[in-house]
Design a protein. Structure first.
Length: 222
C-alpha cells in the first residue's frame, strides 16, 4: 500500500495544488479552532475566533480566566456553543495548570506522551487531538476524519468498519514521518471529500482517483 498511498497523494496534489492548511495566525488560535470546528464549517469557526480576537482573548491565561457564560456568547457562531465552551475550558485548564499556558512547553513533552494527555481531556477525541498535534504543534500525527474513512473504504483500501487508530497506523506505517506531508495530505483528502467523494451523489467520473475504483464503482457499506 505504500506506493499506492504516495500515488494517491501525488494525484491529489497534481489535481488540487497546495491547500495552505491550517488557517490561523498563531498555534494557540489553531488549537482553539480545532475544538470549535467540531460539527460545523470553518466559516462559522472564523466568526467565533474573530470575536475572541476582537476581545483580545487569544492567549491561554486570558481565555481561561473568562467566565464560561461570556465564553459561550463569544463562540456562539461556531454552534453547540455551550458544549464547546466546556470543552475549551477543559483544554485551557490542562494547558494553564499543567504547562503554565506555554504551548512551547506543552509541545516539547513528546508526541506519544502529549497525545495521551490530550486524549485524557474530556471532550478531546482523536481527531481533535491529532489536529492540535499536527497543525498547532507541527508534530507528525496523521489526522483521520470522516472523509479519510469514506474515500479509502470506497476504494477498497480499508474496510468500512476499520477504526480511527487502525487507519492512522496505516498512514504512519506507509508514509515518511513528515509533518509537511501529513499536513498537505489531510488537507487534500478534505478537499476531495467535500467536492468529489461526497456522502451522497459522489462525483466519481470527475474524481482524480477514479481509475483506482473497484470494478463496478465505489464500494458502500452493507
Amino acid at each position: 500500500m505504500a506506493a499506492t498511498l504516495m500515488e494517491v497523494y501525488r494525484r491529489l496534489f497534481d489535481a488540487f495544488g497546495p491547500q495552505h492548511w491550517w488557517p490561523g495566525e498563531s498555534p494557540f488560535e489553531v488549537m482553539i479552532g480545532a475544538v470549535l470546528t467540531q460539527n460545523t464549517n470553518w466559516q462559522n469557526v472564523e466568526r467565533a475566533i474573530g470575536n475572541l480576537r476582537e476581545a483580545d482573548l487569544l492567549n491561554p491565561h486570558a481565555l481561561y480566566a473568562l467566565p464560561q457564560e461570556e465564553l459561550e456568547e463569544l463562540i456562539r457562531p461556531a454552534g453547540y456553543f455551550r458544549i464547546k465552551a466546556r470543552r475549551l475550558r477543559n483544554l485551557l485548564k490542562f494547558l494553564v495548570e499543567r504547562y503554565d499556558g506555554s504551548l512551547d512547553a506543552m509541545f516539547a513533552t513528546g508526541l506519544s506522551t502529549l497525545r495521551e494527555e490530550l486524549l485524557g481531556i474530556n471532550g478531546i477525541g482523536p481527531e481533535t487531538a491529532d489536529s492540535i498535534l499536527l497543525y498547532a504543534g507541527r508534530l507528525p500525527s496523521f489526522v483521520v476524519d470522516t472523509y479519510t474513512h469514506r474515500i479509502f473504504a470506497r476504494h477498497g483500501w480499508i474496510d468500512f468498519d476499520t477504526d480511527y487508530h487502525a487507519i492512522q497506523d496505516h498512514f504512519h506505517s506507509n508514509l515518511p514521518d513528515d509533518v509537511a506531508l501529513y499536513n498537505e495530505y489531510h488537507a487534500l483528502i478534505v478537499h476531495l471529500g467535500k467536492h468529489y467523494c461526497r456522502k451522497t451523489n459522489p462525483k466519481c467520473d470527475e474524481c482524480p482517483l477514479n481509475e483506482f475504483l473497484p470494478d463496478g464503482g465505489p464500494l458502500e457499506p452493507e
